[in-house]
Design a binder for this molecule. Structure first.
Ligand code: TRP
Ligand code: ZN
Length: 882
């Protein structure tokens, strides 16, 4: 590295702190090092003079010594990319303060003080989208996890809770709407400017602060809570988008009612605001009383949003609303406890979506996401427990592990306790810790005390990373009419955790009588050791064992089943998840090229028969039928075959699709015709019809491209909704036919200027599996509609490509090069988003050697760049570690 360009020590000169790059080795923060804050900030007053180019802020805080903290005379105020303009203590010029890196250290003489600090912010040039930034001419904030320190100097840690009063002054023309947390207590005008004062009565950590100012319009509604209080609801969007907010509003009201009925949680302010912004790093943010959303999780109408979009909106609106209790009223002591709010809130949003729609289908979808996103994380270089022990950059820990595995862990507690006792546990948790910054340990203890569970060994789920591998073997004793199930379990080594202890694993099982095709009731087995055995009597014949029903534990189960037994369960299991699972197992075996056993040895034919039975089984609805028609994700298959050859897996999947499309062309055509006749609405029947229609089309086109193109073309032309239109486009995008470009051009023309739909246009092309897909992606990166400044757009092109094995794992290695180039180019613009592309390359150890070497080389090329962000450096460093 060029020594002359080595950064100066950031603390050498306080004036330089603002511009100083990160030091080369980012500091590691450890969970065991937690100490309570020395100073508390019971009250804070923020006074903003708003401007897109410059926003001036005076922050006034009342600080006092924490009786439970260290006796430190100096208060540590975090800062990030901001400079001190003015600083007073109790009204007098502050003395003796220093900068430590970007942070402000201020010695105080008494036990309490009033600190005033002035900072200037530059929202228009804030491309990181953390702190205060501009999006489409409007001002908004994102403070979780450590964005508040980009706004003002403050003890920016979640265990410092303050009452906020916010005053905003700004141009009436530029910022007609002024919003912050809580209630508006005062407003007025003065010529061209106006002001508003907002007060939030609930003490909160700084990461829940929010401000929005801009030209916005709202849809309004109201909700009457269980105790009879009326809450005003508003969803704020850009002018012209109001007619696309109906579904989000309905979802919000459903969520508010559901949380009262299911968890006894009532909303606690008179106003609930949601704002949709188009430039956003994540899905949405639960700021107290002022949720801020990525537009993609708010805006929907039939012409622009798919059925999947409608579901995602309902889930995310629910998720952020549920945080009002699991996250806001009870918050996190430190960021190692992130799963305390996120794992629990994901479980709550999953339960909510299950209650609003089809519970079995929702469960299958959630398990599919877990396996496609979390299992690979858990078996790779970035594996971490749901409660991590250390981090360099906390933004890198908003992961499928913390969120989705975190939800599975609490779901297991739910399974062990049962509905009623679980509710007692959650009630006790909320009651005990209301208004506090709590820990995962607090949650576990409340569950032990309230639900009556013994969770001593269960704590390992919070401590150990890695997906447990469980084997099951059934031993039948014909003389005694008994069967014994023998289990072994092992948790694989993960970075920093070479040796693992056995986990408690709640396994829901049923023993099927082969002839009667029935079972004698479900049982919940608790595995708790490296080896466990359970004996059951009353089995004259060897039963077919249906295990891990409902996916009661997030494990990999090798049940040592014959193909014949899997075919049996795929046809007869009464647990929808288990039925789906048996079929996925069969498909997985076939796609991995495992030897067939059992009936005649022709597994392909058995799979086709099973799928054929699914296509016209009147006992299942179309939404479920769609799940049973879906092949396992390549990312899941890669986990099953180490080292994996992605090219071979893609070829195997395409081959199987062609075979199934050919073998089942009659019933698939019949299904297609039936589904195509169902008119559009949002009922489960109509959505189900659309789901199976496009899946049938996709299989048919794999068998006969010409017929597929014809049908897709017709479906596209006839479509009166985005689900059908996008489905047809996706099928068409895979085909090497002339009509492809014509449809893509038509789609773009039709939806020009509609950012969320143009995102789909990029994603459809990036998900294609034809031979020229990488050329197309490279050309799309130069398209006038492409921009590195908008995370949705970047993700729609490049995250879709990174998740498309036919493109990303192209044997030339060009997919890896393109992702590395992207990370390097995006890092200075939006480090958080750039870092999210690194894990795809980090999975090199599970891939065959030729590709693995190219993936590694791509990572090394990133690592060699000077001035990488802390975010990217952590991910790349860990991905290359031995
Ligand atoms: N707490 C948010 C959620 O899960 C996540 C989030 C939104 C976030 N924006 C962020 C996390 C920015 C890190 C950075 O609902
Ligand atoms: Zn969340």
């Amino acid at each position: 590295m060029d020594i002359a360009r080595n950064p100066e020590r950031p603390d050498a000169n306080p004036e330089m702190a603002d511009a100083a790059p990160e030091p080369q080795a980012p500091a590691t923060v450890r969970r065991e090092d937690y100490t309570p804050p020395a100073w508390l900030v019971p009250e804070i007053h923020l006074d903003f003079e708003l401007g897109l180019e410059v926003t001036k802020l005076r922050t006034t805080m009342k600080v006092e010594r924490n009786p439970d903290g260290a006796a430190d005379r100096t208060i540590h105020l975090c800062g990030d990319g901001i400079a001190v303009r003015e600083l007073t203590v109790d009204g007098a010029q502050a003395e003796g303060w220093t900068m430590s890196g970007a942070n402000l250290l201020l010695p105080l003489s008494g036990d309490a003080a009033e600190i005033m600090v002035e900072t200037h912010l530059h929202p228009s040039t804030n491309s990181q989208l953390m702190g205060l930034y501009a999006s489409n001419g409007m001002l908004c904030t994102q403070c979780e996890a450590e964005g508040f320190r980009r706004i003002t100097f403050f003890p920016d840690r979640p265990d410092v809770l303050s009452r906020y009063t916010v005053r905003m002054t700004g141009s009436k023309a530029d910022f007609p709407v002024l919003l912050s947390n809580g209630n508006c207590t005062e407003a007025g005008e003065d010529g061209d400017t106006h002001y508003a004062v907002w007060h939030d009565p609930w003490p909160k950590p700084s990461y829940l602060f929010a401000l929005v100012a801009g030209r916005l319009v709202s849809r309004r509604d109201s909700f009457t809570t269980m105790s009879g209080r009326k809450v005003d609801l508003a969803i704020w969007v850009r002018e012209g988008d109001e007619d696309r907010t109906g579904h989000a509003m309905e979802s919000l009201k459903h969520a508010m009612r559901w949380d009262e009925e299911t968890f006894g949680r009532e909303y606690d302010l008179d106003l609930f605001n949601i704002v949709a912004v188009s430039d956003f790093n994540m899905g949405a943010m639960e700021n107290k009383g002022l949720n801020i959303f990525n537009t993609r999780y708010i805006l929907a109408n039939p012409d622009t949003a798919t059925d999947a979009d409608y579901d995602a909106i309902e889930g995310v609106v629910g998720h952020e609303y549920f945080h009002n209790w699991s996250g806001n009223r009870v918050t996190c002591r430190d960021w190692f406890q992130l799963s305390l709010k996120e794992g629990f809130t994901v479980l709550r949003d999953q339960m909510f979506s299950a209650a609003m729609g089809s519970a079995p289908v929702k469960r299958i979808e959630d398990v599919r996401i877990l396996r496609a996103a979390q299992f690979p994380e858990d078996s790779g270089p970035l594996a971490h427990p749901i409660r991590p022990d250390s981090y360099q950059e906390i933004s890198n820990f908003y992961t499928a592990t913390v969120y989705n595995k975190g939800a599975e862990v609490i779901r297991m507690m739910h399974a062990m306790a049962g509905e009623k006792a679980f509710r007692k546990g959650s009630d006790l948790y909320f009651e005990r810790h209301d208004g506090e910054a709590a820990t995962c340990e607090d949650f576990i203890t409340a569950m032990e005390d309230g639900a009556g569970l013994d969770l001593r060994q269960f704590r390992r789920w919070y401590e150990q990373a890695g997906t447990p591998r469980v084997t099951m073997r059934a031993e039948h004793d014909a003389d005694e009419g008994a069967v014994t199930l023998h289990f072994t379990q092992a948790v694989p080594a993960t970075p920093g955790q070479p040796d693992k202890k056995p986990m408690p694993i709640p396994l829901r099982i049923a023993l099927f009588d082969r002839e009667m095709r029935r079972h004698g009731g479900e049982k919940l087995l608790m595995l708790d050791a490296a080896e466990n055995s359970f004996r059951f009597t009353g089995c004259a014949m060897p039963p077919v064992v249906s295990a891990n029903r409902g996916f009661s534990a997030p494990i990999v189960l090798d049940a040592d089943m014959s193909d014949t037994d899997l075919v049996f369960l795929a046809a007869h299991d009464d647990d929808s998840f288990a039925r789906y699972e048996a079929q996925q197992q069969l498909l997985t075996r076939e796609l991995l090229g495992r030897d067939a056993d059992g009936a005649g040895g022709d597994r392909r034919a058995a799979i086709a028969d099973a799928l054929g039975a699914v296509l016209d089984d009147t006992r299942i609805d179309d939404l479920m039928r769609g799940e049973l028609m879906t092949l396992p994700a390549i990312s899941f298959l890669i986990e099953q075959a180490v080292p994996a050859d992605p090219g071979a897996l893609v070829a195997a999947r395409d081959g199987l699709r062609e075979y199934l499309g050919t073998r089942l062309s009659g019933p698939l055509n019949a299904l297609y015709e039936r589904a195509a006749a169902v008119p559009y609405d949002l009922s489960a029947e109509s959505r189900g019809a659309r789901k199976v229609k496009t899946l049938a089309l996709s299989l048919l086109s794999a068998a006969d491209a010409a017929q597929g193109a014809r049908l897709a073309q017709a479906q596209y032309r006839a479509a009166d909704n985005m689900t059908d239109r996008q489905g047809a486009m996706m099928v068409m995008a895979n085909l090497d036919v002339a009509e492809r470009e014509e449809l893509l051009a038509d789609f773009h023309r039709r939806h020009a200027g509609d950012a969320l739909v143009i995102d789909k246009w990029f994603a459809i092309q990036a998900s294609a599996s034809h031979a020229d897909v990488l050329d197309h992606i490279a050309a799309l990166a130069d398209h006038p509609d492409f921009t590195m400044k908008n995370p949705n757009r970047v993700r729609s092109l490049f995250m879709t490509m990174a998740g498309n094995p036919a493109a990303f794992h192209d044997e030339s290695g060009r997919g890896y090069t393109m992702i590395a180039d992207l990370v390097i180019a995006l890092d200075p613009i939006n480090a958080q988003t750039a870092a999210r592309f690194v894990p795809a390359l980090g999975r090199w150890r599970r891939i065959e050697p030729k590709r693995a070497a190219m993936m590694r080389a791509a990572l090394e090329r990133i690592a060699a760049r000077p001035r990488l962000s802390k975010d990217v450096r952590e991910q790349v460093g860990k991905s290359l570690e031995d």
